[in-house]
Ligand binder design. Sequence first.
Ligand code: ADP
Ligand code: MG
Length: 151
Amino acid sequence: MERHDRTTTIITSSDEKTIHEGEKFALLLQPGNVVCLYGDLGAGKTTFTKGIIKGLGVDSRVVSPTFSIVRQYTVESEDITTVYHLDLYRVENESSLETIGVQELFADQQGITIIEWPEKLYTMLPKNRIDISFSYHENDSREISIIQRKQ
Ligand code: ADP
Ligand code: MG
């Protein structure tokens, strides 16, 4: 781990609590941030994303972009204008990532990019990013570790 990385770990006992943690996390976001969500199917990545998007003041329903790969939401705030939510689960090769234009999304300095299954574009991930890992814990709870990567 890099010397400047900062890790925070939380445990949530329900999906509502995961949404609430996503909302709290959203308040810390800066325009241009890239957030990578790691973890197995059903670990809570999309649920947390619902919280982030809600926390940014977006009113629309968040559905998983598994088939569309990317969905975007307009944010009514001064500094952040758009949230991009990517789900790369079904992406098989880098050429489809070029079609989506992930580099353009990362370069949007008024945007927030949230990525499920970021492993699919490992070499293309910006060094300055926030990594969040989700894992199954006892009963219905989930462990969520937030790592702020700094160069
Ligand atoms: P992923 O995007 O990682 O595949 P989802 O967020 O789509 O996962 O699904 C998580 C599932 O687990 C949902 O059905 C949700 O209701 C359920 N769940 C149960 N407990 C929790 C919890 N503590 N946090 C998040 N989701 C939970
Ligand atoms: Mg998902």
